[in-house]
Design a protein around this ligand. Structure first.
Ligand code: ADP
Length: 697
């Protein structure tokens, strides 16, 4: 195998010029170079460029994917915040529409405010003309219950004690006296009602009825210490009496009492109206009144009571609101909002009145948050909520939007689990990079393997073409020698018997060389086709080797070479094919002679080592470079060493040696020092080699 041409730019230029001048070697190099260039182009087009593109676009793709991931979160946050804003806006719109629709249809603003919004607690109406507050309740000093000092008098206590002791007749006349004597009208009413009550307990129903009737007519608005209006109490008693007499008559009175209670405004801070309404409802339930009707009335009473409760609770905040906002005039039908500590207030105007709606802040916030929760899937990356001013914000807020109607609150969207999100993104990047790296790695490995394969194929092709040239060369030289010597003999040019003998020697030697070469070539061809068979049988290996050496000795001696031999005393029989082994030894000897001719010495040793018989052929010739000790056994391989290249050869001798040794279940190894000498060692197993398939035994 020839060394590949080293092509720097200058050398290339010179080669180009040489080739133009017709130098066949330069032409060959350029031809070779063209092959290499073609290969490089093919390599770049099919492997290099795709690999680079894959790496470039792979990494770009990963980057884009990561950016897209971040953009997706930002986008999701925007979408979630938008959805939440829309929901909240719809919620307020729906409240405003319902409120306006009530105004337009004349439906009471005060009944069931929670129908307009679940967080709406109470609705106030402000009469703009009189600048007075109106609602389902009254506000002011006029109706405050008296602290009833007359109940502390000795006469009142005595009457109360009689009633407590069960002396109802006595108590009734005592309260009657008090009612006539008392100077204040409140005390008169209070005592007269107690008089009626005791009469009723004493069993004088008729007189009690008359007394309650009088109380109802004249002292209706007087409030007792407990916050009841005497009129309500008296009517309630009258209804109870009627109920005992005739349930349907009683139920009519009870309904009338309840209707008038509900038609009035209840007084803030007093529980009397609510308590009487409940008492009436309880009594109504015992009459044949429709239960649905009772349930509806009960809801109305609850509603009224709840508003009263909330109006009481929010009184302070309502006042602070009034100081700032009540007189802010705006066009009718529009709403303005203001927030206080625990309530959100909505205000709207008609031509004559202002309406003020109080939402409970906590409940409203909770309700609005619930709306947002529905807009996102359970495993969305982004969460959205409404944040009050005094709350801790969640981490990593992506979008924050103040609520139009309650600027202290804002809609915030944020990653539900920022850590998991960033982990997942990092994982995605890692996975993508891994795939790109793996693919590029696979391309590189593939390229490397392809390169090696191509190189090997090129080497083999080259070696084969070298082989053909070498063979013709090898054949020509013995044939030429034989022809020259034979012609000399024929023409009688060798006159002395010594000269004739020398001519015959040459003819015999060259004929042997020729036949050896032909043998090798035929064997090699048979081996290549897989048709070579060996006939192994146990025999004395020393004898086989000795025969070969004897035959070779004559030729060696004419080349002034000596062969030194050594054989063991008693050698165990070795399974071998004597002809094949002879061919092996001949090949080794002729190599030793060829590459070690100058030293003039060859050593042949047969010895036993362990369970092997070794045949060693040693020379003191040019030696083999360590980098080539494997390759020399490959077919057609010839050393790159110039000293070796000067000798003729075909590169198949050692291939045949290796093949035959493997067929014997053995092997061939080489020890060599470059410039010092070489030993080839044949290893034969002593035991019959098992499973031999190539020897045909
Ligand atoms: P060739 O016909 O070239 O001798 P072989 O297969 O017999 O082919 O040998 C292969 C190569 O091994 C040779 O070209 C030579 O370089 C090297 N070689 C073989 N025997 C020896 C030796 N005894 N000393 C040095 N080199 C050797």
């Amino acid at each position: 195998m020839a060394a590949p041409p080293r092509l720097g730019p200058l050398v290339l230029l010179r080669r180009l010029l040489d080739a133009r001048r017709g130098d066949p070697r330069a032409r060959e190099d350029l031809y070779h170079l063209r092959g290499v260039l073609n290969f490089v182009l093919l390599f770049a087009a099919t492997i290099g460029l795709p690999g680079l593109l894959l790496a470039y676009y792979g990494v770009a793709g990963i980057r884009a994917q990561r950016d897209a991931g971040a953009a997706q979160v930002a986008h999701d946050a925007e979408v979630a915040a938008d959805a939440m804003s829309a929901q909240v806006a719809t919620e307020f719109k729906s409240f405003e529409e319902q409120a306006l629709s009530r105004l337009n249809t004349g439906k009471s603003m005060h009944s069931r405010p929670s129908e307009m919004s679940p967080a709406l607690r109470v609705v106030y109406r402000v009469d703009m003309k009189n600048n007075a507050l109106a609602g389902p309740f009254l506000r002011g000093e006029s109706e405050v219950a008296p602290d009833a000092p007359w109940r502390q008098s000795a006469a009142w206590r005595a009457a109360a004690a009689s009633e407590a002791a069960g002396a109802f007749g006595k108590a009734a006349s005592a309260f009657g006296t008090l009612a006539h004597r008392a100077p204040e009208p409140e005390a008169q009413g209070d005592a007269l009602f107690a008089h009626g009550r005791c009469l009723l307990r004493a069993g004088d129903v008729r007189s009690a009825e008359l007394t309650f009737g009088e109380v109802e007519r004249n002292w209706r608005a007087v409030r007792t210490e407990e916050g009841f209006r005497l009129g309500d109490l008296a009517r309630f008693k009258l209804a109870e009496i009627a109920l005992a007499r005739d349930p349907s008559e009683g139920s009519v009175l009870l309904r009338r009492l309840l209707d008038s209670l509900l038609a009035e405004e209840w007084t803030l801070g007093e529980g009397g109206e609510a308590a009487v309404s409940r008492g009436v409802l309880d009594n109504l339930a015992t009459t044949p009144t429709n239960p649905d009707e009772i349930a509806r009335l009960r809801e109305t009473v609850d509603d009224r009571q709840s508003q009263l409760y909330w109006a009481g609770r929010l009184e302070g905040e309502f006042d602070s609101l009034g100081a700032k906002g009540r007189l802010l005039k705006q066009s009718p039908g529009t709403f303005s909002y203001r927030m206080t500590e625990s309530a959100l207030w909505a205000m709207t105007w008609t031509e004559t009145d202002q309406y003020i709606f109080a939402f409970d802040a906590d409940i409203l916030l909770h309700h609005l948050r619930g709306l947002g929760a529905g807009t996102l899937g359970a495993n969305a990356d982004v969460a959205v909520t409404i944040l009050a001013a005094d709350e801790d914000p969640p981490r990593d807020i992506r979008v924050r939007r103040p609520l139009a109607r309650a600027p202290q609150w804002s809609i915030v969207a944020y990653p539900r689990d920022p850590e998991a999100l960033s982990h997942r993104q990092a994982d995605d990047v890692r996975r993508g990079l891994g795939i790109v790296l793996l693919s590029v790695g696979m391309i590189v490995v593939g390229a490397f393997l392809t390169l090696r394969l191509v190189r090997r194929e090129l080497d083999a092709a080259r070696a084969k073409s070298d082989f053909a040239a070498n063979v013709s060369h090898e054949l020509r030289s013995p044939i030429t020698q034989i022809r020259l010597k034979a012609e000399a003999l024929q023409l009688g040019l060798a006159d002395s018997p010594e000269a004739q003998a020398r001519h015959y020697d040459v003819i015999v030697r060259e004929a042997e060389r020729l036949s050896r070469m032909v043998d090798n070539m035929l064997d090699f061809a048979a081996i290549e086709r897989g048709q070579k068979r060996y006939n192994l049988k146990p025999g004395d290996l020393s004898v086989t080797v000795q025969n070969v050496v004897e035959t070779a000795r004559v030729a060696m001696e004419t080349r002034a070479m000596t062969i030194e031999e050594s054989y063991p005393e008693d050698l165990p029989p070795v399974w071998h094919d004597p002809d094949a082994v002879a061919q092996v030894v001949v090949n080794l000897l002729s190599n030793a002679a060829k590459y070690g001719q100058e030293a003039g010495w060859i050593g042949v040793v047969v010895r036993v080592r362990g369970d092997e018989v070794l045949v060693e052929v040693t020379d003191r010739g040019i030696g083999i470079d360590p980098s080539e000790t494997q390759a020399i056994f490959e077919q057609y391989y010839r050393s790159n060493d110039p000293a070796a290249r000067r000798k003729k050869g075909t590169g198949i001798g050692l291939t045949i040696v290796k093949y035959i040794m493997e067929a014997h279940g053995g092997s061939v190894t080489v020890r060599s020092t470059h410039g010092v000498g070489t030993t080839f060692v044949l290893h034969f197993p002593i035991k019959r080699p098992p499973g031999l398939d190539r020897q045909g035994a």
